[in-house]
Design a protein. Structure first.
Length: 146
């Protein structure tokens, strides 16, 4: 007598595989967005730490001014005046662009805007998210924890 699977068993296995695929495939596509959001969070934290460190060095040297973020605006790098490894302008899936005071970060054609407040005597040296310009529902200031 031949041993084989019955039609019911085969249909049952195909249904289970379909359910697993239906759950797994959407998770694969959201993983890309989660990675991009994590990259933006990491970049912003690194930039803020570098601003604070550079400002501290300036104060220790007797200069109470906020650091300039850019040494020049014509090259392909951002934050080269404060970061050891500057961020490349418009490269990869997460694209940064800016001019020394206003910055944009884009992912999947959605943009978050940042402003660099250079006011050491008032509000301080702040790199803050501009929530009035960053209004996309799934990529905005609150998405990155602002």
């Amino acid at each position: 007598m031949k041993k084989s699977f019955t039609m019911i068993e085969l249909i049952f296995v195909i249904v289970i595989i379909g359910i697993l695929a239906g759950v797994a495939i959407p998770r694969l596509f959201t993983g890309i967005s989660d990675a991009e959001i994590a990259k933006v969070k990491s970049d912003v934290a690194t930039i803020r730490t570098a601003i604070s460190t550079k400002y501290g060095k300036n104060v220790m040297a007797g200069d109470n001014s906020c650091p300039n973020l850019e040494s020049s605006t014509g090259d392909n790098k951002l934050f080269e005046n404060i970061l050891s490894y500057p961020i490349k302008r418009n490269s990869g899936n997460v694209k940064w662009d800016g001019n020394g005071t206003d910055y944009n970060v884009s992912a999947e054609n959605k943009t978050i805007h940042f402003n660099y407040v250079n006011d050491p005597d008032g509000r301080g040296c702040l790199f803050e998210c501009n929530s009035s310009l960053s209004t996309d529902s799934d990529f905005n200031c609150s998405t990155i924890g602002e």
